[in-house]
Ligand binder design. Structure first.
Ligand SMILES: *Cc1c(COP(=O)(O)O)cnc(C)c1O
Length: 359
């Protein structure tokens, strides 16, 4: 079976973990500090704050920016639920905007959703493709809004040479399916010293001096075991991303099935292909469900990211969300992600193309 995703962990990661175990310092220690330093350098920001997951990175980033009860945060409904949940955790209200042709938030629709209560725009760089940041930053500046980037799928993606996670306050995940992993883990990136300090404080129970708690905080810390894995993965990230891109190019050049729409990359966008996502349009001879079955019968994994918009998920319906965006709805019915991860062999690539071209 060719899985839809697969982490690549080598001897380097194993040795690094053993060293941490031997050191006896297992959490929020020197490896975490080193990982933060290297990750900040890589993204091109002054500060990085390691967390226990991408979800807690988002939650902390919003809290550090003082997003609270009564605030509204504009975001995309076409994402993993954690993006919007983080807004709810702060007591604030996610305000959804329909998706653009790039699967990210459509910036042309943002301004009419801005009210007196709007505090921030939470952008998601879905599938590893940067959202339209120049326009989003312009809107945010004009209306004095905070920009939070959910870059949980976009480690190393960039726009005009500037990495995502450096436009606003960036949030990353190191879950095993992502472009790099630490098992569980996350990171906040920022150029704002105050935000970094606030996030550090909130991450560790509001504690600067041991057992003196200045504010109500959390335990969202990263372990040194995770950080040691992260440091090794970060060294390999560029290589991993290049292989993902080369796999995607192979698909783009070779999949020629009627009714299947392939992902495109605009000029000056660096897409790191966390997912390679095709759309099965109504001109396809087979339905999405039939294609999933055919792929599976041929030993090829695939997945739908995401079958429901966030506003259509049960907790959101319960909260009274009634959005029904045409593009988002269409994409939830059309998208299908096929394996693009760096451990695919030439044989795997050929097989995937051949199955799709012979539907
Ligand atoms: C993975 C992911 C998250 C959450 O990260 P975890 O580390 O799983 O908590 C948030 N947003 C998006 C878009 C993701 O893909």
């Amino acid at each position: 079976m060719i899985p839809i995703s697969k982490p690549i962990l080598g001897e380097e990661e194993k040795e690094a973990v053993l060293k941490v175990l031997e050191s006896g310092i297992l959490a929020q220690g020197p490896k975490v500090a080193e990982f933060e330093k290297r990750f900040a350098e890589y993204i091109g920001v002054k500060y990085a704050v390691a967390t226990s997951s991408g979800t807690t990175a988002l939650h902390l980033a919003l809290l550090a920016h003082e997003i609270k009860n009564g605030d509204e945060v504009i975001t995309s409904p076409f994402t993993f639920i954690a993006s919007a949940n983080a807004i709810l955790y702060c007591g604030a209200k996610p305000i959804f905007v329909d998706t653009g042709e790039d699967f990210n938030i459509n910036p042309d629709l943002i301004e009419k959703k801005i009210t007196q209560k709007t505090k921030a725009i939470l952008v998601i760089h879905l599938y590893g493709y940067p959202a339209k940041m120049p326009k989003i930053i312009r809107i945010a500046k004009k209306h004095n809004l905070i920009v939070i980037e959910d870059a949980c799928q976009a480690h190393g993606a960039s726009l005009n040479g500037k990495k995502v996670g450096s436009f606003g306050t960036g949030c990353f995940s190191f879950y095993p399916t992502k472009n790099m992993t630490t098992g569980e883990g996350g990171m906040i990136t920022t150029n704002n010293e105050k935000i970094a300090e606030k996030a550090q404080l909130l991450r560790n129970h509001g504690m600067k001096i041991r057992y003196y708690h200045d504010i109500l905080g959390f335990n969202f810390r990263m372990t040194d075991i995770a950080a040691a894995i992260g440091l090794e993965q970060l060294k390999k990230l560029e290589k991993f991303n290049k292989k993902r891109i080369s796999n995607a190019n192979y698909f783009n050049n070779n999949i020629k099935t009627k009714g299947i729409i392939l992902p495109s990359v605009a000029k000056s966008y660096y897409h790191v292909f966390h997912q390679y996502t095709i759309r099965i349009s109504n001109e396809s001879s087979k339905s999405r469900e039939e294609i999933i079955k055919i792929l599976s019968n041929n030993g090829i994994g695939s997945a739908i990211y995401y079958p429901l918009p966030v506003y259509g998920q049960k907790p959101y319906i319960k909260l009274g969300y009634k959005n029904r965006f045409s593009v988002t709805e269409k994409y939830t019915k059309e998208v299908l992600s096929i394996p693009v991860h760096p451990s695919l062999t030439q044989r795997d690539l050929k097989k995937i193309v051949s199955v799709l071209n012979n539907l």
